[in-house]
Design a binder for this molecule. Structure first.
Ligand code: ADP
Ligand code: DP6
Ligand code: CO
Length: 356
């Protein structure tokens, strides 16, 4: 608590990690509740790699709710933001109705100020909406003392955000109920179950994408037949195979499925009308390089995946990392400074750290 004039300011700062899907979410069956057309599965990245840091403050002295993203004020009336704020405030009130008589900082008499910073490119296909909304929801829950399942609230900010609330390997269940209460994230396996796994982020372009994920997938649902086929006939089987590959630490299957699923997602983008192009020529060079490398070795040693943007995420095992890094530096000597171009770190806990 800090004093601001004569009014108290309650303040919480949290950080949250990015997650990168190996079975991609693309398409909603309910746009308000953010319910997906298919289940998805991701790996949560180490917070030393990519993270969001969000501070939430509330006080009676604030005139209205406000939010700043990367230093610039954004519109707080954004429906997704409002869903998260309203849902957390509702849970906070529910908690208080149990007879708590302390000052109610979650009531509308106290306005919120939110300040969030991503330490990586925003809206460039590196899952900023995932880390961003997971962090917001987690920080608000801490501020108001809300406990329990938070992934369904984060989901209503950005679908992929529900998976960033857990570490390791995480699935987002399709769910069956129309109210979405069973469309939640859950951990498939902890990060410690596969300590040799490594993730490299290859920043091909930090530019903001021209078609955001929300509008891109909306058009895909409207126009792509491949999307329907993928959701009905492809993803259910892949989810099962992927869970098995993770539990058995079978990189061959994990890597192959990851690449195939990324490719099918981008094929859906191309099947969208008008088509959406997220990959650029450098992305394509990376894809070709990975396949050449694997073919040369006669096995899948390295796998790529691309979200809705040109930036590559590479999954590999520690034993292959030095050689593949060397190859990357050979092929892309001057594109991007070495240290920023690739970072090899173990996949590790997604615990949202908190500073009070
Ligand atoms: P990305 O591939 O980076 O996830 P999206 O198109 O899915 O791109 O989402 C980008 C949007 O997510 C931003 O325009 C912004 O509205 C929201 N967003 C990104 N970072 C944050 C953050 N830290 N806090 C709140 N919202 C965020
Ligand atoms: C390609 O979660 O960003 O990264 O729910 O509309 O906010 P909204 O979309 P978002 O979509 C992510 C799409 C993806 C695949 C994935 O993360 O599963
Ligand atoms: Co996103």
């Amino acid at each position: 608590m800090q004093e601001n004039g004569h009014q108290r300011v309650s303040l919480v700062t949290c950080t949250a990690p990015v997650n990168i899907a190996v079975i991609k979410y693309w398409g909603k069956r309910d746009e308000d509740l953010i319910l997906p057309v298919n289940a998805s599965l991701s790996v949560t990245l180490h917070q030393d790699q990519l993270k969001t840091t969000t501070t939430v403050a509330c006080s009676r002295s604030f005139q209205r709710d406000r939010i700043w993203l990367n230093g610039r004020e954004e519109d707080i009336s954004h429906p997704r933001l409002q869903s998260c704020l309203q849902e957390i405030r509702r849970l906070a009130r529910k908690r208080r109705s149990a007879g708590d008589h302390s000052p109610d900082i979650s009531s509308m008499s106290h306005k919120l100020h939110v300040c969030s910073v991503n330490n990586f490119p925003t809206a460039a296909g590196l899952a900023s909406s995932a880390a961003g909304y997971a962090c917001l929801v987690y920080a608000l829950a801490r501020l108001f003392g809300v406990e329990g399942e938070l992934s369904s609230i984060a989901r209503q900010g950005s679908g992929s955000a529900c998976r960033s609330l857990y570490g390791g390997f995480v699935q987002w269940n399709l769910g069956e109920r129309p109210d979405g209460t069973d469309s939640l994230a859950e951990q498939v396996a902890p990060e410690s179950s596969w300590p040799e796994l490594r993730v490299l982020i290859l920043v091909v372009s930090a530019e903001q994408k021209s078609v955001g994920s929300t509008s891109g997938m909306h058009t895909s649902v409207e126009t792509s037949q491949l999307l329907k086929h993928r959701a009905d006939a492809v993803v259910p089987g892949r989810m099962e195979q992927m869970r098995r590959a993770i539990r058995q630490r079978d990189f061959q299957t994990f890597g192959e499925l990851t690449m195939k699923d990324s490719n099918q997602f981008h094929a859906v983008c191309l099947d969208t009308y008008p088509p959406i192009f997220y990959l650029n020529h450098v992305s394509q060079q990376i894809i070709t390089l990975v396949h050449h490398y694997n073919q040369h070795h006669g096995e899948t040693k390295v796998a790529y995946t691309f979200d809705a943007g040109p930036n590559a995420v590479i999954y590999t095992l520690q034993e292959h990392l030095p050689e593949f890094l060397q190859l990357l530096r050979l092929v892309f000597p001057s594109e991007v400074p070495e240290e920023e171009f690739v970072r090899g770190l173990p996949v590790s806990p997604a615990e949202l750290s908190e500073e009070l």
